[in-house]
Design a protein around this ligand. Structure first.
Ligand code: M6R
Length: 637
């Protein structure tokens, strides 16, 4: 959560930071702020409640000039969204200014100690503690343990990188929790410092200018050349010299720059009203890109290699454990069906935040797969670390964000090739995660001899037909889903029903609707309705149901729908084109193309729910891309 940025160069920093922060707004958007160092060395701090546009308006009225700065977009954890709680935060002397992403777990204990020593706090945040710790530790370094209350700025001198590193090490030793920090200090001269522990941070390398950001989209308008900061590292940016990286112990670290393979236009709306709409429409393309060069026998070895496996290694796998949160978890639930069908391996998907506190038995020979669009989800990372502490496991990430934490925590990564996903609701990434699960389950099945070359070829060909089917859905259901949204916008509660492969799609459809349209929605396994949830049905309750004719449970779903219909439900059924079997039961029918096998249809059904949820939020006039209370990247537990 929270986006942090920094800039050191020759251009006006405020404009650059605003541009960067807008692209990080999906990480948090309840308040924002920046600090620009004026030509005279003054720290000009501006903070607002609300989105970056509010900060922009404030800066238009009262511009701040300077070419060294840091900024923040907040998702509140400690303290409500207010100007006082917005970042940046300072120490008592105003010499230290910093922005933070993450959570300081021992902040209360630290704060009590600091208050006793006379420190004065301006906010309710955990972050402010860090600024006061710097103040304390810098006082110690200057030979005066009680620096509080006087301006250490009066001792103006420029600190060496080594002295700064010592400070960082001292402060880090006292902090428990997760943090990425960008720090400025009047005593340090024209330096800007980034610190990373369990939260992402990346350096952008420009022409004589340096950028710091939580995520790559913030850098895309300025540079495609980046340096990833790893766990427990500090980066010091000085004018005119390359970024200097160090471990927390002060050891210099050498790291080459990497090129971001994303086009800056990928992070623009491209004529769509919202990122979410654009990203839904990009789904066929990202699905296809994710499959490219990875289907068929001739690519089997290299694909397994990408997954960190060989044919022999694949044969050693005894079970599959999937760890993920939210939408990514739902992709894992679909994968359970795929793995068990094609590979015969037991497969279990688990919500990462639950897995962390269970004593789940992880046997040797388990392939642990962590799935995440952002690659930064704290629960998924922690669950993965726990799983990999068991002997004999192999780890694999299915991740979209290049170079993100998960990609470095797993033995190998299979990337979804979606480009940036900016809308908070995950759409194209979900479908691309499914694409990877198709590839992986089929590859393991082929390596294990569970499917023969002919079957492998046929299944691969069918998989390659999915993008065209997605295209055709998008071409046909835009108006239908919009009309439905108009009709049902005042409904208070929705039910999504599916069985087998479409049960996870029912869960995902309900999640999508509730997170962006704020309508209560629940997904159920259709066969479970009679065990309780059917009590919710009353006259007019909308029930979104997946009843695809080639499904092994088509007739069962049909019966379940008869049961809810008999109790007054308004059924919106997703069926195959030309299947009129549910017309009489349904209030509305949405038809999608039939694949030759039901196994390839979950992505098609999911796309329908995404577009419906999108239109529902749009019709209700809600903030589709940045729904209330949410953030794109959940880096706190
Ligand atoms: O970045 P991740 O895929 O790890 O994120 C996991 C969830 O936070 C995410 O899928 C969330 O549920 C989305 N808002 C769903 O649209």
């Amino acid at each position: 959560m929270c986006g942090i940025v920094g800039y050191l160069g020759k251009k006006e920093a405020a404009a650059i930071l605003l541009e960067s922060l807008k692209r990080l707004e999906y990480r948090g958007y309840d308040s924002a702020g920046l600090c620009v160092v004026s030509p005279k060395g003054r720290f000009e701090i501006v903070r607002v409640v609300g989105k970056i546009v509010k900060l922009e308006e404030r800066l238009k009225k009262s511009p701040v000039a300077g070419t060294l700065a840091l900024g923040h977009s907040r998702w509140a954890t400690h303290g409500r969204p207010s100007e006082e709680n917005a970042h940046p935060h300072s120490d008592c002397t105003g010499n230290i200014v910093l922005v933070h992403n993450g959570i300081i777990e021992n902040y209360l204990e630290l704060k009590e100690g600091l208050l006793k020593k006379g420190h004065k706090f301006q906010s309710e945040t955990d972050t402010e503690v860090i600024a006061h710790l710097f103040e304390e530790e810098m006082g110690i370094a200057a030979g005066s343990p009680k620096s509080h209350g006087r301006s250490i700025g009066k001792e103006a001198r420029t600190w060496s990188d080594r002295a700064v590193l010592k400070m960082i090490a001292r402060v880090s030793r006292r902090l428990k929790g997760a943090y990425a920090l960008v720090v400025l200090c009047k005593l340090w001269g024209r330096k800007i410092v980034g610190v990373r522990k369990d939260c992402p941070l990346v350096v952008g390398v420009g022409e004589g200018e340096w950028f710091l950001a939580s995520d790559m989209p913030a850098l895309l308008p300025f540079t495609k050349e980046v340096i990833f900061i790893e766990e427990g590292e500090t980066v010091i940016l000085n004018e005119g010299i390359r970024p200097a990286l160090y471990s927390f112990q002060g050891r210099p670290v050498r790291r080459a720059t990497s090129q971001i393979p994303w086009d800056p236009l990928m992070a623009e709306k491209g004529g769509h009203k919202h990122f979410m709409h654009k990203e839904i429409h990009e789904a066929p393309r990202s699905f296809e890109d994710t499959l490219r060069g990875r289907v068929y026998e001739e690519n089997l070895d290299s694909f397994l290699g990408e997954a960190g496996l060989s044919v022999a290694g694949a044969r050693q796998i005894r079970r599959v454990q999937i760890l993920a949160c939210g939408t990514a978890y739902h992709s894992g639930l679909v994968a359970e069906y795929l793995f068990e069908k094609w590979t015969g391996l037991p497969c279990h998907a688990e919500i990462a935040s639950e897995f962390r506190y269970k004593n789940r038995v992880i046997e040797p020979g388990t392939l642990v797969i962590a799935v995440s669009q952002s690659g930064e989800t704290a629960d998924t990372i922690a669950a993965l670390r726990l799983a990999r502490s068991h002997p004999g496991v192999t780890t694999l990430g299915i991740v979209n964000q290049i170079g993100s934490t998960l990609t470095r925590e797993t033995a190998a990564t299979l990337y979804t090739r979606c480009g940036p996903e900016i809308g908070v609701a995950s759409t194209k990434a979900f479908l691309a995660q499914l694409a990877v699960f198709y590839l992986l389950s089929l590859a393991l099945a082929r390596a294990g001899g569970r499917v023969n070359p002919k079957e492998f070829q046929a299944l691969g060909s069918e998989l390659l037909r999915v993008p065209a089917a997605l295209h055709s859905i998008l071409a046909h259901i835009e108006n239908l889903t919009l009309e439905l949204a108009h009709e049902l916008q005042d409904v208070k509660s929705f039910i999504y029903l599916g069985r087998h492969l479409f049960y996870p799609i029912a869960l995902e459809g309900a999640l999508k609707l509730k997170e962006i349209s704020y309508i209560h929605a629940e997904g159920f396994a259709a066969g479970e309705m009679k065990h309780g949830p059917i009590a919710l049905i009353e006259l007019g309750t909308p029930v979104f149901a997946f009843a695809l004719k080639n499904s092994s449970v088509y007739q069962k779903v049909r019966s379940n729908l008869e049961e809810v219909r008999a109790r007054g439900a308004k059924i919106i059924s997703v069926v195959h084109e030309k299947d009129h079997g549910l017309d009489a039961l349904s209030h509305r029918v949405i038809s999608i193309p039939a694949m030759s096998q039901e196994w390839f249809e979950p992505p098609l059904a999911a796309l329908v729910t995404q577009l419906f949820a999108y239109h529902m939020a749009g019709v209700k006039g809600l903030d589709v891309d940045q729904p209330r209370n949410l953030a794109k990247s959940v880096t706190v537990e």
